[in-house]
Ligand binder design. Structure first.
Ligand code: PXL
Length: 268
């Protein structure tokens, strides 16, 4: 049986249950051949007080030169935390060089949460991402990222009407389908999806705790399921369930990520 072959581009945080250490196991568990282009090597993710970071732009160029000679192609690209604007040029060149037939580009902007940018990022990074999402088929921003990208005010208790207004603004910047994650209403959490100029919604019970790294689990599981089902709603529900099960399995004393390993191991 032929499985899809994906290239995921994001950082390798040695400690932290995020980016590549999440994407690889999740995509593999769901039957996707997962190739990686690590964008940066970090001691740990940047929600810890201290971290080190080696940008891998130069090595990515070396890797791509060899890939070209080997003639590699991919069925999809899935991008998460990149680390610097120069990696976005690398990404664009990857799309040009290594897209197989019908290749899908899925981008999680992965630069902020709770109304703030992650510590390593600034408005230049956001501006570069604003350009990169023009190449995407699907983007997976949370509300913070959507607001930064389109210049809207971030509102903590955003109504669905406001979220739709933000998505409307964001859709002026890209033709990509927009799957806005972490929307909330009436005790529920879910996705507001904007595709072919129409909105749809996927809701689940909102759990009373929030943890770091759940966006990366959502994006990896969404990508795996979407490649199989081609359904935005099914992929969102599937990914939301893995996130919820991971949160349920997490000891609150474990503050830097969620127990997705348990959820994956026990998935039916
Ligand atoms: O989970 C997103 C993420 C990925 N990679 C690194 C991060 C973060 C969020 O802070 O710091 C290095």
């Amino acid at each position: 049986m032929l499985s899809k072959r994906i290239l995921t581009m994001q950082d390798l945080s040695c400690v932290g249950q995020c980016s590549l250490t999440v994407a690889l196991p999740v995509l593999s568990a769901y039957g996707v051949e997962t190739c990686v282009l690590p964008t940066a090597l970090l001691s740990n993710h940047t929600m810890f007080e201290k971290w080190s970071c080696l940008d891998l732009t130069d090595e990515a160029r070396n890797i791509m030169n060899v890939w070209k000679q080997n003639g590699f192609k991919f069925d999809a690209f899935y991008l998460g935390y990149l680390g610097s604007a120069s990696l976005m040029d690398v990404a664009r060149d990857c799309f040009k060089e290594f897209s197989g037939e019908g290749c899908k580009i899925i981008i999680d902007p992965a630069f902020g949460d709770n109304g703030k940018l992650y510590p390593a990022f600034d408005s230049e990074y956001v501006a570069a991402m604003r350009k990169l999402i023009k190449s995407a088929d699907i983007i997976l921003p949370n509300l913070t990222e959507a607001c930064f990208l389109c210049g809207a005010e971030y509102r903590q208790d955003a109504s669905i009407e406001y979220i739709e207004e933000v998505i409307g603004k964001l859709s002026l910047l890209t033709d990509a389908t927009i799957v806005l994650t972490g929307a909330e209403k009436d005790g529920l959490i879910g996705e507001v999806i904007y595709s072919d100029k129409k909105f749809s919604y996927v809701w689940a019970e909102k759990l009373p705790v929030r943890y770091h790294g759940t966006g990366d689990i959502f994006a990896a599981a969404f990508t795996a399921n979407y490649l199989e089902t081609a359904s935005l709603e099914k992929a969102s529900a599937f990914a939301g369930e893995l996130v919820a099960n991971s949160i349920r399995a997490t000891d609150p004393a474990h503050g830097y990520g969620v127990n997705f390993e348990y959820a994956l191991k026990n998935a039916k």
